[in-house]
Design a protein around this ligand. Structure first.
Ligand code: NAP
Length: 323
């Protein structure tokens, strides 16, 4: 099969022919139609996080995909060859024509979504779901502050929180204000113009941090006592959280087919919507990485593969069409 691989940390992406994977009893062989690009692909490949997120080299990137079931293991009961599916998976492998994946992380692709749209959904939407509900315990009537509300994860967090009956405040660039309001934020604070903690008049129940650093630190100032600070990017100081009488934790996506199936229903009924910015062919994965590398200065500096400095100017995910 054709696949894009990383042969060494910090190396070029190589497009070549390799053996098609075999499946275990609880796995499904998916013929991949589309995959999407995530920061995690670049970060893992750069080697900067090899101590905490090691990869087996050579490595096929790609933590989410849409496709069609080609073959099922003997223990697989929920799916049959020909089913259109989508999923996120922790180990990567989707920049390829075929992928072996556990039944437990898969869900049926919403019929209303194209394969391109479906591939853009699993990582960002499940991260948002688990961040705000599983870890943030967000409830109807509460107020949430979402940092990075125009980004891939942030946009799902805004939509899901709004659908759950929360009041949503988001930080974003000014040029994304109309977009973030259109998907459910009642208020957008331009992070380039004003410090959010000075602008906010009320305290919030939950902060979902997709930015980290100083933004995370200042978030402690705007939480109600007993509130939750959930970060998808950086650990939260327990000392600081206790001092502000809030809970704080870093979350990591745990792909789950049942969560994705619930998200699929919301997509099917049009309650939430995907956002695809660009579609490339699989063999142009290196160009797609250049497009998002501008948001990752540390990766850009470290990679000898010449990841460009182009900065994304619009929201939405970059999708790779495989078949
Ligand atoms: N823990 C996990 O399991 C997990 C899973 C998925 C993603 N993540 C992480 O979550 C983060 C967000 O991912 P993503 O895919 O949503 O990224 P993304 O699509 O690149 O979005 C990032 C957004 O943040 C905005 N932004 C930048 N600086 C900001 C600031 N200081 N305040 C408010 N907004 C700011 C950007 O706007 P401008 O471009 O206009 O500046 C952009 O809209 C990444 O670090 C990713 O690695 C973690």
């Amino acid at each position: 099969m054709k696949a894009v691989r990383v042969l060494e940390y910090g190396g070029q992406l190589v497009f070549d022919n390799i053996a098609t994977p075999t499946i275990a009893r609880d796995e499904i062989l998916v013929k991949v139609k589309c995959t999407a690009v995530n920061h995690l692909d670049l970060v893992k490949a750069s080697g900067t996080v090899r101590q905490i997120l090691p990869i087996d080299l050579p490595w096929i990137p790609g933590h989410e995909f849409s496709g069609v079931v080609e073959q099922i293991g003997s223990d697989v009961t929920e799916y049959a060859p020909g089913d259109a599916v989508f999923a996120a998976n922790e180990t990567g492998g989707a920049y390829a024509e075929y992928l072996a994946v556990k039944q437990a992380v898969i869900a049926k692709k919403p019929a209303s979504l194209s394969f391109e749209e479906a591939a853009s959904v699993p990582v960002a939407s499940q991260t948002a779901w688990q961040g705000i509900f599983t870890h943030g315990h967000l409830e109807n009537g509460q107020t949430i502050l979402i940092h990075g509300g125009a980004g891939a994860v942030g946009a799902y967090a805004v939509q899901l929180a709004s659908h759950a009956g929360a009041t949503v405040i988001a930080t974003a660039s000014g040029h994304d204000e109309a977009y973030v309001k259109s998907i459910g934020a009642s208020r957008v604070i331009d992070y380039r113009e004003a410090p959010f903690e000075k602008v906010l008049q009320e305290k919030v129940d939950v902060v979902f941090d997709l930015i980290g650093g100083d933004t995370q630190q200042r978030s402690l100032l705007v939480l109600k006592e007993g509130g939750h600070l959930v970060s998808a990017v950086q650990p939260v100081s327990q000392e600081e959280a206790t001092r502000h009488r809030v809970s704080g934790e870093m979350m990591r996506l745990a792909p789950a087919g049942d969560v994705l199936a619930r998200i699929a229903r919301l997509l099917e009924e049009g309650t939430i919507r995907p956002d695809v910015a660009t579609v490339y062919a699989l063999q142009d994965a290196a160009q797609a990485w250049k497009d998002i590398a501008g948001n990752l200065p540390h990766v850009h500096e470290m990679s000898p593969s010449g990841l460009g400095a182009a900065r994304r100017t619009s929201h939405g995910k970059i999708v790779l069409r495989v078949a």
